[in-house]
Ligand binder design. Structure first.
Ligand SMILES: *[C@@H]1O[C@H](CO)[C@@H](O)[C@H](O)[C@H]1NC(C)=O
Ligand SMILES: *[C@@H]1O[C@H](CO)[C@@H](O)[C@H](O)[C@H]1NC(C)=O
Ligand SMILES: *[C@@H]1O[C@H](CO)[C@@H](O)[C@H](O)[C@H]1NC(C)=O
Ligand SMILES: *[C@@H]1O[C@H](CO)[C@@H](O)[C@H](O)[C@H]1NC(C)=O
Ligand SMILES: *[C@@H]1O[C@H](CO)[C@@H](O)[C@H](O)[C@H]1NC(C)=O
Ligand SMILES: *[C@@H]1O[C@H](CO)[C@@H](O)[C@H](O)[C@H]1NC(C)=O
Ligand SMILES: *[C@@H]1O[C@H](CO)[C@@H](O)[C@H](O)[C@H]1NC(C)=O
Ligand SMILES: *[C@@H]1O[C@H](CO)[C@@H](O)[C@H](O)[C@H]1NC(C)=O
Ligand SMILES: *[C@@H]1O[C@H](CO)[C@@H](O)[C@H](O)[C@H]1NC(C)=O
Ligand SMILES: *[C@@H]1O[C@H](CO)[C@@H](O)[C@H](O)[C@H]1NC(C)=O
Ligand SMILES: *[C@@H]1O[C@H](CO)[C@@H](O)[C@H](O)[C@H]1NC(C)=O
Length: 447
């Protein structure tokens, strides 16, 4: 009946998985599931609206990492066992091949890459236990320090369960150049907890990520990706621990997630389209950032982004856009809506002159063209005196900015906040602290 309990948990969490026919703890040949539960399961399956999680729960075949030699004692190193389970699932000609990480165990796993393409049209990673990274950077000796876990080149990948991915990043933080520049051997690059590179129509659901050495989740070069109900937790003073970073990806949704960390809650790189971010709680860290875009003068093509129903608590930024002057290309069709800010330093900010070292970037005549960006229904408090700061480029001004129904006050009682805009053109109404945009000339409105 142990398995049934997990099964019930999924049901109450709206998550469908498991294989009642294969796991029979009753010893009587029955599935162990009451009819009522089955009805609920079928109902949920029928109502499951996500195209990236069509779990055939009655047909899944498990590739249990323990069957490939993994030992979940927290000490034994298991990367080869995990890799063997992945390879077997990846090559299997079965429906819903599922790499299975059992509950109530801690699996220490060294850096490892799970490569596709796989034989089937879908592959699952069901994580119920905890997967932990080595606690010492020396485990990366001779390996690529940019990643701990990675999946490459797959389609129909679903990572799910209610397990934990524990990056044990403290030793990396303690030697980071960002916070310990005096260390002779300090490091700027540290492993991303889990990279998804070239994964199409894929998803991550219900997983908890903690204490990554650097970025927690990276999605790169994917087409169709869903991140839902993940929790990300690392200290507010941990260096460069981005929650989710996205790069060169199309059709991505991030929803119903809570992120507490030390860098960007979600950051969006060059070459993105069709991104929806909704129902996210960002705490501490640097908020949701489109950019930095165009770092080395590269071509930026970012469009169709919606950020809606997000809460920012004690973050440095809320809705942020940052581009390098050297960048080329465009950022367009961006909507920030229904945002709540509590004690946020820069609730609404565009910095088109972004520079990582103050004063080190001379003024250039180039820039990423920003147009059609809207801010609607945003409320809350600013921790600094500039609540709205749209600092656009003199050479490539922002066009088609729209600000509507925004009310931002100071987090400090008795203080007045301002809206400061430069080279930002568009329309606005119903704004506290007040208007700041330049009106478009007729020609300017052609975006
Ligand atoms: C979200 O994930 C957590 C585990 O991290 C789980 O307990 C919870 O039931 C999930 N919620 C939904 C709505 O799926
Ligand atoms: C996976 O392996 C563990 C340990 O051997 C076992 O307890 C569990 O029943 C197995 N689960 C599945 C679904 O294969
Ligand atoms: C490490 O892996 C990343 C991809 O994740 C790749 O871009 C980079 O070149 C690799 N670095 C080395 C030293 O192999
Ligand atoms: C993912 O989609 C891209 C673009 O459609 C395609 O080029 C690539 O081969 C696909 N990758 C896989 C593993 O299916
Ligand atoms: C860096 O130096 C410190 C102190 O000498 C040492 O403890 C640590 O292991 C070194 N780290 C690396 C990555 O070599
Ligand atoms: C992603 O969000 C868009 C816009 O809200 C929606 O149309 C689409 O169905 C969503 N896709 C997934 C996989 O959830
Ligand atoms: C972005 O949205 C616009 C307007 O809805 C649409 O015409 C365009 O094709 C979309 N771009 C991409 C790359 O999907
Ligand atoms: C954010 O702050 C508000 C106001 O202080 C509080 O009510 C809310 O619970 C906080 N949310 C989170 C996720 O911490
Ligand atoms: C502006 O962007 C929104 C999406 O945020 C899109 O619906 C709209 O069509 C765009 N407007 C123009 C004029 O392109
Ligand atoms: C706008 O950007 C310029 C150049 O980086 C900077 O000097 C200025 O202080 C910024 N203005 C505001 C209001 O942040
Ligand atoms: C911001 O705007 C206020 C009011 O217009 C102005 O007094 C202040 O100097 C501006 N601050 C900066 C840094 O531009």
């Amino acid at each position: 009946m142990v398995f049934l309990r997990y099964y019930m948990n999924y049901v109450s969490g709206g998550f469908i998985s498991g294989n009642p026919n294969e796991v029979d703890d009753n010893g009587d040949g029955s599935s162990g599931l009451g009819d009522a539960v089955f009805v609920v399961l079928l109902f949920l399956l029928a109502c499951s609206s996500s195209p990236y999680l069509a779990w055939a729960f009655d047909e899944a075949t498990y590739f249990n990492v323990t069957d490939y030699g993994a030992i979940g004692d927290g000490h034994t190193e298991n990367s080869q066992a995990f890799l063997k389970a992945w390879d077997a699932a990846c090559k299997a000609r079965v429906k819903s091949p599922t790499v299975y990480v059992p509950p109530k165990s801690r699996f220490l796993v060294n850096p490892v890459r799970f490569d596709g393409p796989c034989i089937g049209s879908e592959i699952y990673f069901l994580i119920l236990g905890t997967v932990v990274a080595p606690d010492a950077p020396s485990a990366w000796k001779g390996k690529n320090a940019s990643q701990w876990l990675a999946v490459t080149n797959t389609k129909g990948l679903s990572v799910a369960g209610f397990g934990v991915i524990d990056g044990q990043g403290k030793a990396w933080w303690d030697q980071s150049c960002k916070y310990h520049p005096q260390l002779k051997n300090c490091t700027t690059l540290a492993p991303t907890a889990w990279k998804f590179v070239g994964c199409n129509d894929s998803s991550i659901r219900n997983i908890r990520f903690i204490n990554s050495a650097q970025t927690h989740i990276l999605v790169q070069g994917c087409n169709g990706f869903l991140i839902q109900n993940v929790t990300i937790e690392s200290p507010g003073n941990s260096p460069n621990t981005d929650g989710i970073h996205i790069q060169s990806t199309h059709r991505l949704n991030i929803t119903n997630s809570k992120i507490t960390n030390g860098d960007d809650c979600i950051s969006i790189g060059d070459e993105i389209s069709d991104l929806t971010i909704s129902n996210i709680q960002c705490t501490l860290g640097h908020g949701i950032s489109v950019g930095s875009l165009g770092r080395s003068g590269n071509l930026v093509q970012v469009e169709n982004i919606t950020v809606t129903n997000c809460i920012f608590n004690d973050t440095t930024n809320g809705a942020r856009i940052k581009t390098w002057q050297a960048g080329r290309g465009y950022l367009k069709h961006v909507a920030f809506e229904r945002l709540t800010f509590n004690n946020v330093k820069n609730p609404i900010i565009i910095d088109q002159n972004y520079c990582d070292v103050r004063g080190a970037c001379p003024e250039l005549e180039t820039g990423v063209q920003i147009s059609n960006v809207s801010y609607r229904y945003a409320v809350g408090t600013s921790a600094t005196l500039i609540a709205i700061n749209l600092n656009c480029s003199k050479s490539v001004p922002c066009h088609g900015i729209s600000i509507e129904s925004v009310e931002l006050t100071s987090a400090i009682t008795g203080k007045q906040v301002t809206a400061n805009c430069s080279n930002a053109c568009g329309k606005e109404h119903d704004i506290v602290p007040g208007p700041c945009l330049l009106h478009e000339t007729h020609q300017d409105t052609m975006i």
